[in-house]
Design a protein around this ligand. Structure first.
Ligand code: SIN
Ligand code: FE2
Length: 218
């Protein structure tokens, strides 16, 4: 895809790697050279395990639509949050993680300073305009030895990246198509979230933002 003038100016003005906190880094446009392969992988996965709106333990329907691939998938229902080897909707194992996903996650983690990352869980999040994700920690993995690798595709969004306490002031980080955020080590349990996605249409994803979140959950 030919980047437009705004993208070109932006790319020149900003460093490719931006440290966010100890153990946390933004890798600008890191996934862009592989965007079409990654989105083909998403299409393949969601054909087998369709995106759905999960219900929180408190009974609210999440506005972000989710699915998973890999040995474990993150799910939520009235009984709580957990990782499950099976898609509760179909009773079947989650689709395998495409090779391109594993490779991207490992190379991004390495660029962020974490060598040897082999995720067993990939959460796929679809944000339609107006959709947000409130501040939270990723802590259902039960151990925090490996980083989180989070890939943004499609519509832009503002990522909130806070500290170890909910009340810590969060940085507002604009994320564009292909940006990857890696956080681990001392920032592994930092609070994070996504502000409401603005209206728009992206040439590759249409009117939505797709996020892939890689984790080692087992
Ligand atoms: C997440 O925290 O699961 C997703 C973050 C994002 O969409 O950028
Ligand atoms: Fe998260």
């Amino acid at each position: 895809m030919t980047p437009d003038l705004f993208d070109a100016l932006e790319d020149d003005a900003l460093p490719a790697t931006q440290p966010l906190a100890p153990g946390a880094v933004l890798l600008r446009r890191f996934a862009r050279p592989r965007d079409e392969v990654l989105l083909a992988g998403v299409a393949q996965v969601i054909a087998q395990a369709p995106l759905r709106h999960l219900v929180t333990p408190g009974g609210f329907r999440m506005s972000v639509a989710m699915s998973n691939c890999g040995g474990l998938g993150w799910v939520s229902d009235r009984s709580g949050y957990r990782y499950d080897a099976k898609d509760p909707e179909s009773g079947r194992p989650w689709p395998a993680m495409p090779a391109a996903f594993l490779d991207l996650a490992a190379t991004a983690a390495q660029a962020g300073g974490f060598e040897g990352f082999a995720p067993d869980a990939c959460l796929i999040n679809r944000y339609e305009p107006g959709t947000r994700l409130s501040l939270h920690q990723d802590r259902d993995e039960g151990h925090y030895d490996w980083p989180i690798v989070s890939v943004s595709m499609g519509l832009p969004a503002v990522f909130l990246f806070g500290g170890g306490r909910r009340s810590d002031k969060a940085q507002r980080i604009p994320l564009a198509h292909g940006d990857v955020v890696v956080w681990g080590g001392p920032s592994r349990l930092h609070y994070h979230g996504v502000l409401p996605v603005k209206e728009g249409v992206h040439p590759l994803t249409g009117p939505c933002r797709i996020n892939l979140t890689f984790r080692k959950a087992g």
